[in-house]
Design a binder for this molecule. Structure first.
Ligand code: DX5
Ligand code: ZN
Length: 209
């Protein structure tokens, strides 16, 4: 499967986001925009008004680590997100929210925290355009990769050979190999990518090209 790379803007320079985006957009497949509310995760980031100012020839992928995400999805679509993922842990009616995202003509993603089992939610995975498997506890960049989430990726890949499976958290030159071998095809990386002096080389390593 073709591996795609989405740098997480969380580890970019928030004072110069647009120039960071322009600098690397030819190397990447889209930009992962982390949204945190201080409730679902113990940290705050930026919301739709910030995304609205950002421009790129590549799509923006909004990862909503927030409670009641269904209330905000229209704002993120208007702000330019082309992919939106919501956490299974906070959704009262996951299938309804996935359908809402599809009706809004964005790629609909369902996210699983490291400790959340997928077995009770296979119908939601089936309905979603993509699945995001968290390989750290969401909230911060720069954490270590939690290897046992690979089992979930293997299970989903076996059930759905064509499903886009994204992985987020602790991805570097070493862990990306394991993630792709398990079946992930969309790679998110924050600190490893932005700290790397040679972005072209880092992007190559992360897509194993
Ligand atoms: C964590 C965010 C990630 C984060 C990943 O809560 O969802 O997207 O930026 O950062 P690294 O790659 O540093 O683990
Ligand atoms: Zn993320």
């Amino acid at each position: 499967m073709n591996v795609k790379f989405f740098p997480s803007l969380l580890s970019a320079n928030f004072g110069a986001l647009q120039s960071d985006i322009y600098q690397v957009e030819n190397l990447v497949d889209g930009f992962h925009f982390d949204v945190m509310d201080g409730h679902f995760v113990p940290n705050l980031t930026a919301g739709a008004p910030v995304l609205e100012w950002l421009k790129s020839s590549k799509p923006f992928d909004a990862h909503l680590m927030i409670e009641n995400p269904e209330k905000y999805v229209e704002d993120f679509v208007k702000a330019g997100a082309r992919m939106i993922s919501v956490h299974i842990e906070v959704l009262k009616e996951p299938l309804k929210t996935i359908q809402k995202l599809k009706d809004l003509k964005v790629k609909a993603g369902i996210v699983f925290n490291p400790e959340t089992d997928i077995d009770d939610h296979i119908n939601v995975i089936e309905a979603a355009d993509f699945v995001l498997i968290m390989s750290v506890h969401p909230g911060f960049g720069g954490q270590s990769f939690i290897e046992n989430v690979l089992e979930k990726i293997r299970k989903i890949r076996a059930l759905y050979p064509e499903k886009d499976i994204q992985i987020d958290g602790g991805i570097n030159a070493e862990t990306v190999q394991k993630a792709v071998e398990a079946g992930a095809n969309w790679i998110v990386s924050g600190s490893y990518f932005w700290k790397n002096e040679n972005k072209a080389e880092a992007a190559k390593i992360l897509t194993r090209n």
